[in-house]
Design a binder for this molecule. Sequence first.
Ligand SMILES: [Zn+2]
Length: 133
Amino acid sequence: MSAPTLTVRNAVYDRDGRACVVCRRVDGLSFQHRRAVGMGGSKIQPGATDGLTLCLPCNEACEHSLQRLALVYGWKVRRWADPGKVPIYSPHEWAWFLLDGMERIEISAVAALDAMHAVYGDEYMQWWTEAIL
Ligand SMILES: [Zn+2]
């Protein structure tokens, strides 16, 4: 996946309130690719559903120390999964959302767990255990 267009980047920042979804910083924002960018990238341009607004430290942490948590909370999505079917958790709102381009559709925690299980199966509970317990 290549870099988002400026339009998509700005749309994602607007949708997410121009603050990091994880820590709410408002400076040094970056477009986080929810799906891993493959080796050598690809020609596919990411859409708004593929992206999340994260500050640079949180973006970096999602690739390393927060990797499991990022999967559990939908900030990262397995390469083969549809980001539109994987909800994201917004810690400062204590709420889960499905992303549909510029739209954020709030869903219950139970619906989020169902959605995650539908995409990832029992592997999801394994990540949950590794990330949280
Ligand atoms: Zn942050």
